[in-house]
Ligand binder design. Structure first.
Ligand code: G3P
Ligand code: MG
Length: 229
């Protein structure tokens, strides 16, 4: 039996809405999104915020590093649609108990926000989210710190590189899977691929039965998968 590839909205629905915006997440949830991927940083006062870059320059009307702003200062900053940068708490409130599969990416490869793992886990506990979250990061030590705090969660390492002996790598690092830029045919464990926006590569990955893809256009990718598989 073919197993269905789960489609994740990469930073929400950036084809139609600002990336990592509540408007994009809201639309995706209302239109049958299966998975949502989003990126997390910390403010100066240690509030988890959802944004891709370390700096707010590209996606907002202001500039500088997120880690140099307090939450109240960031509330004066606007995304391209006029919204504020979402906090993790706002995002989790929006998602509520919908059936969407969440993938929280710790954006710790450039800046290692001290204590980000503990702060995020405390928030998830406080919000009593009743669903499993996939945690990912390019920064392996972040995942190792997470594993010490919460050993039973789902952890996936993000990498742009080919991973030699990927199945053994999962065992050695107690990982549930790899989130890869390029499909690996030598892997039997869970792999998800980013960022898939073209029809041809998507169909190939659906046929290879990868566990998931991350896409900027989940509407199109769901149509392609459901028409071809
Ligand atoms: O998690 C998949 C993908 O989001 C990783 O790359 O740079 O878009 O966060 P990036
Ligand atoms: Mg990401």
């Amino acid at each position: 039996m073919q197993s269905k590839t789960l489609i994740f909205g990469h930073r929400g629905y950036p084809k139609q809405f600002p990336e990592n915006s509540l408007a994009g997440f809201r639309y995706a949830l209302a239109h049958g999104i299966e998975g949502l991927e989003f990126d997390v940083h910390l403010t100066r006062d240690q509030v988890p915020m959802i944004m891709h870059d370390e700096k707010i320059n590209r996606t907002t009307d202001d500039k500088g590093f997120i880690q140099d702003y307090s939450l109240s200062e960031l509330r004066q900053v606007h995304l391209k649609n006029g919204e504020s940068i979402p906090t993790l708490a706002e995002f989790l409130t929006l998602v509520g108990n919908s059936s969407v599969q969440l993938n929280l990416e710790f954006k710790t490869d450039q800046i290692q926000y001290p204590d980000i793992e503990r702060i995020v886990f405390a928030m998830l506990k406080e919000m009593t989210l009743n669903k499993p979250v996939i945690f990912s990061s390019f920064h392996l030590p972040t995942l190792e710190r997470c594993q010490q705090l919460a050993p039973n969660e789902i952890y996936c390492w993000l990498t742009k590189m080919n991973v030699p002996n990927p199945n053994q790598f999962l065992i050695d690092h107690h990982l549930a899977g790899l989130h890869l830029k390029h499909y690996q045919s030598d892997m039997t464990g869970t792999q998800r691929i980013w960022t898939v926006n073209r029809r041809g590569p998507a169909i190939k990955l659906f046929k290879q039965q990868v566990a998931g893809i991350f896409t900027d256009d989940f509407v199109q990718m769901m149509q392609i998968r459901d028409q071809t598989m």
